[in-house]
Write a protein that binds this ligand. Sequence first.
Ligand code: NAP
Length: 484
Amino acid sequence: MPIDHPLLTERHASWAGAFQPRPALRTFTVRDPASGAALAELPELGAAEAQLAVDSAAAALAQPPTLGERRRWLLEIAAELRAERDALAAIITAENGKPLAEAQGEVDYAAGFFEEAARHVESLAPTELPSRPRGLRWRIHHRPAGVAALITPWNFPLAMLAKKLAGALAAGCPSVAKPAELTPLSCIALFSLLHRLRLPPGTVNLVFGRAAEIGRVLCERPEVRVVSFTGSTAVGKLLAAQCAPGVKRLALELGGNAPFLVFEDADLELAARELLANKFRCAGQTCVCANRVLVAEPVAEAFAERVRVAVAALVVGPGCDPETDVGPLIDRRGFDKVQRLVTDALAGGARALVGGPAPEPIGGAGCFFPPTVIVGVTPSMRCAREETFGPVVPIGTFRDEAEAVRASNDTEYGLAAYVFTRDAERAERVAARLRFGHVGLNTATGPTPEAPFGGMGQSGLGREGGLDGVLEFVELQTCPVAED
Ligand code: NAP
């Protein structure tokens, strides 16, 4: 059934401070992943609209907002998000499929980024060196870097944009947002809220449609000085190549392949509980989901049994059902990938303790994958090398600490890792050797707005959250000043 909501009365791109109805040759359909039902039909926009959105943002560069204005806007946006929490959550669930409680958590998480960025605005005031090298006063300014392009994925349709937009607004950068084709509605709803605040025209702009065309414009226009992207490593590399001629700043939050290490002295109950909360969020479709569970040999069987029991109790269903623990995968492509990786593991000698391959999406059109635990996973299997992005727990084993560290680092990715042990010294030692940007010690929590988050290796460049997330959009300008 088409989605009907006061925050979605407009289904258009936005620039110059307003939604912009445009004739489009083609449209694309946004679907409910739980049923396959069409939610909305949107115009498929491209390079021309991207140019107009950049023009609008570039015009706003002429009058950078004061620090006070930025702080006020950020707090007002956070307040709007919190006031519309339930409405936004329903839209997220409709287009992404995640359970409503998770979607509500996503709205709170998104609001947190605006509040956190507001806390850092004052630190962007100019500073002056306490000493006077060369007999001069030296002032350091934090200038807006320029127009920011914000390209986001479908797994957190609201929060991934909120992280970027909060940093850009705090830094005084006008921006052009480009949400994923599968989930643009949360972003349109956010723009409905932004328009209520009457920010100066051009401060925030939105375009969606043909991604490659739009991406090229955003990377090539000289006014765009920062490209902030969250998505696959393949597209991140393409954007980096497209930005190289213009020497643009890049913030890339890319794919992960998170190891989840359980040592023989770990609290197995805690580790299993944390694994479940981490792994089945958004049906396993998050970049920080444990992708390889590696357990010390002596406790592997006991741990797998705990996990099996907990996973078997998970309720699969549409996100709007309050009983649901695990919603559908985003689409058939996502389902097929999970299916392939599970089938490959079983063909290679792994064994399913619960779940396993599903011949066809259960539930008809919705791509529900049965929550699955497989044991006997080895490092060469595809599920240990690629991001599974599904509700599958692949369990392998290690003999000692050195092997655990070696196996964890045996990937080009470096986003999140988790270590469970009662030995605090070991936890610190292992963390220091893991080449991952986020390492949970006896916790599998993901990022929080207050702390910097990002990847090492091919998981990305730059950080989101905390002051670092704001500084991604700032250029330092040093002014030596001669005085009479
Ligand atoms: P994706 O295919 O790379 O898409 C991400 C965004 O890039 C979408 O808006 C997409 O638009 C756009 N895009 C695709 N091709 C483009 C091009 N040639 N030029 C410019 N933009 C282009 O990734 P996804 O499948 O949506 O997201 C899943 C990936 O994101 C996973 O690898 C996950 O690990 C990663 N992720 C990372 C983090 C992190 O913080 N590191 C967080 C969440 C997700 P269309 O949708 O319109 O094609």
